[in-house]
Write a protein that binds this ligand. Structure first.
Ligand code: MSP
Length: 733
């Protein structure tokens, strides 16, 4: 099914991003990787089409919009504009940005659905089972089963649905993987997908009736098309699939199948199993490859809104520039693996490789050509062994960079290029054109300067051309300084196809030296942290009505369900940051007090419901010295929830596992109250939970929040509750 590679055109895609969260560095990562690939392809003369966009349908978006008090369409439009705006601000060169709410997409998805149905691959049946709203995925298991991907409790859905005959593709898919060993990567993804398919494929429900925010099934409008069938189809609808317009048809014919879908590793099943099966069923060619990136981790957890540990690309851009971010992501994280992001590591890498490395090298050479040769590249003269060695290094870099890059091994590609940076630096230092020894004649010294500076400048030209896809802004500046004109023009003229030593001609007039990567001082880390804190603070203020950001997407998000995002990354007691694995007795604090709920100064433990040093003690007076501000308080997102399921946790005599309903979502929390409450009596009870506490694991189960209770003198908990009726999800403030 897979076509042979066409060298003359290249179609690559990012995943389309859910609009329930504002863009963060995790999202920027995939888009930046695609941007570097697209730039390199274009600079090799390949007709490239780079697609990105937003995934705007589904129950999750519908609920987020509801919580934000606007229509799903308004909500989606605001957040989608943030993604697009950020991609523009970062200078990402996508050719098309698709929104799944656009009519061109709806038309294509309905056409695909109808085609699959007409070909007999979609039939009507009924489904009762578990569904994870957060991942929009069906999950095997009994009610209460957590989602294997995100750990959230799945919902039971019972609906009359349309089904796709996925089971008919088990063998075909395995044969397809076998015949196309490079279809998926990295190897871990390939293994996971193959074993998933080998374990047996069931037919897939591809419509829902319990909500309406989606694309209607053609001819049966009470059903909306399953969000993943809708979303995956973006890769073809953006090109014009399903359109009668000859221009669309020509584009589709030219660019489909995609050369590469770049995705996050957790969505490989959708892309490597469902997507090729849909395409095979529709009689369309399958994509040539699906490559999965790992996760960007921050504070040891996957950077995500629900964990509240995100960093925004714009923060890094504001302090160090977009190129620094691109370089760090590609150099520091071997593609396909998870990688830790930290401001410290970023600044270190920036200073070492960019400020002191490449940037310093360019500045030394360009300044010396200005100083000694009036800014004109001198004649090289006869090469010595030193020049031959540097030239050989450049040839090595040229030979190593391309294959590594094209294999998505960006880190290795950059490493090999920085070997050339270091060798050029070493060559300069060894020949010291700025220092004339007393025994060298003026004439000999001028010849050495000419030879060394023009050779070093040529090495810089090679480095700059190769690094252009990764450092486009900086490479553009260096290109001008090297007297080469606009690098964008060079890219249009496919300058990477004939890159070879010797392109910098004697007599070329260099441009003015200009700073590239000013050294980052110690405060750079603080500045980035402060921006993130301010950012989170304004989200909190907006949530509590304290800031006027009406009309901004920030507000939509702020008033959306409790976002753990509102806890800044530096928030105390983020469980992932704690050195020892949490035990039941180290579970997070419950708060006490009669009239107000405030965080304790010293975390108390769930286990502290056992008597603490005698049962006659009166409740401790709150410590007066530890006032908190309203801002501090507003960081704690307290919400009304109802207990749906309560059960004891095996082998943990204090712990109960609760499933609670917040109105907009259901989740699991663990509470150390088993010695004081019978689980059966808790079901149906409305309680108060801290909804934005970072998740933590106890006894292998994830707790996503913490309930509130007063602590009696004997340590017994009394759950906080309400006398009046309160809606689920209501915020306490
Ligand atoms: N809408 C689906 C994709 C549909 S594609 C037909 C989706 N959206 S998402 O917004 O949740 O994620 C989009 C991409 O962002 C995924 O590839 C995901 O892996 C990536 N990332 C989100 N957080 C990330 C990190 N912390 N690190 C790296 N990538 C991450 O899934």
């Amino acid at each position: 099914m897979t076509d042979t590679q066409s060298p003359s055109r290249y179609y690559l895609t990012t995943p389309i991003y859910y609009v329930n969260a504002r863009p963060h560095l995790g999202h920027a990562y995939s888009t930046i990787v695609c941007d570097t690939i697209a730039r390199r392809k274009r600079a090799q003369g390949v007709d490239t089409y780079f697609l990105t966009g937003t995934d705007e349908h589904g129950q999750k978006i519908e609920r987020s919009a509801q919580a934000a008090g606007c229509t799903p369409q308004e909500f989606a439009t605001k957040i989608s504009a943030e993604f697009r705006g950020l991609w523009d601000q970062l200078g990402l060169t996508y050719d098309d940005f698709i929104r799944t709410t656009e009519s061109r997409h709806k038309r294509g998805v309905q056409h695909l659905f109808a085609t699959l149905r007409d070909k007999g691959f979609i039939y009507k049946g009924s489904y009762t089972g578990q569904y994870c709203v957060s991942d929009e995925a069906y999950v095997d298991g009994p009610p209460g089963t957590p989602c294997p991907d995100c750990g959230r409790i799945t919902e039971t859905v019972s609906e009359e649905n349309y089904f796709f005959k996925l089971s008919a593709f088990e063998r075909k898919l395995l044969e397809f993987y076998e015949a196309n060993p490079n279809f998926m990567g990295p190897e871990s993804t390939r293994r996971e997908v193959v074993s998933f398919v080998r374990s047996g494929l069931k037919d897939l429900s591809v419509s829902r009736t319990s909500f309406s925010w989606g694309i209607p099934v053609p001819g049966d409008e009470k059903h909306v098309i399953y969000v993943w069938l809708d979303a995956l189809a973006n890769y073809i609808t953006a090109l014009g699939y399903g359109s009668d317009d000859p221009v669309d048809q020509a584009r589709f014919a030219k660019f489909w199948p995609a050369d590469m879908h770049l995705i996050g590793k957790e969505i490989s099943r959708f892309h490597c199993v469902y997507w090729p099966a849909f395409l095979m069923a529709a009689g369309l060619p399958t994509p040539r490859s699906v490559k999965a990136n790992g996760w960007l981790l921050f504070d040891q957890g996957k950077m995500s809104k629900s964990r509240g540990n995100i960093v925004r690309a714009e923060t890094v851009q504001a302090v160090l520039g977009a190129d620094a971010l691109r370089y760090f992501l590609l150099r520091e994280i071997p593609f396909g693996q998870d990688g830790s992001f930290s401001f410290d590591a970023l600044v270190q890498r920036y200073n070492a490789d960019l400020a002191n490395g490449y940037g310093n090298l360019v500045s030394r050479v360009v300044n010396m050509v200005h100083k000694y040769f009036g800014g004109i590249v001198p004649e090289t003269g006869a090469a010595t062994a030193a020049e031959a060695a540097l030239r050989a290094s450049a040839a090595n870099a040229l030979a190593a960079f391309g294959p590594a890059f094209d294999d998505l091994n960006f880190s290795e590609a950059l490493k090999s290029l920085w070997t050339l940076v270091a060798e050029t630096d070493g060559y300069l230092t060894a020949n010291a054109p700025w220092k004339k020894p007393p025994d060298r004649s003026d004439e000999d010294h001028a010849a050495l300067q000419a030879r060394v500076l023009s050779t070093a400048a040529e090495a810089i030209r090679i480095i700059t051309a190769l690094v252009y896809p990764i450092l486009p802004d900086s490479a553009a500046k260096v290109w001008l300084q090297l007297g080469q004109g606009e690098i964008a023009d060079a890219a249009k003229n496919a300058f990477l196809t004939n890159l070879a030593w010797g392109g910098l001609k004697p007599g070329t007039k260099l441009g003015k030296p200009s700073p590239l990567f000013p050294r980052a001082e110690k405060d750079a880390v603080d500045r980035m942290q402060n921006i993130e804190e301010q950012n989170n603070k304004s989200v909190i203020e907006a949530a509590s009505g304290g800031a006027d950001n009406s009309g901004s997407a920030a507000k939509a998000e702020a008033s959306a369900p409790p976002q753990q995002q509102s806890i800044p990354p530096q928030a105390p007691a983020a469980p992932q940051a704690q050195p020892s694995p949490p035990q039941e007795s180290q579970a997070p604090a419950l708060y006490q007090g009669t009239t107000s709920v405030v965080p304790p100064t010293q975390p108390k433990e769930l286990g502290a419901f056992a008597p603490e040093g005698g049962s006659s003690a009166a409740p401790a007076a709150p410590e007066q010295s530890t006032h908190i501000t309203i801002d501090d308080f507003s960081k704690v997102d307290l919400r009304v929830a109802q207990i749906l399921v309560a059960e004891r946790v095996p082998k943990a005599d204090k712990l109960l596992r609760l499933e609670v309903d917040l109105g907009y979502e259901k989740r699991q929390i663990l509470a150390g109250i088993a010695q004081h409450y019978e689980p059966e009596k808790l079901v149906g009870r409305k309680i108060v939970i801290v909804a934005n506490l970072a998740p933590r694991k106890m006894r292998g189960l994830e707790s996503n929040g913490m309930l509130l209770a007063a602590s009696l003198p004997d340590g017994a908990p009394v759950l906080a509750g309400f006398l009046e009726e309160v809606p689920l999800g209501a915020r306490l403030k």
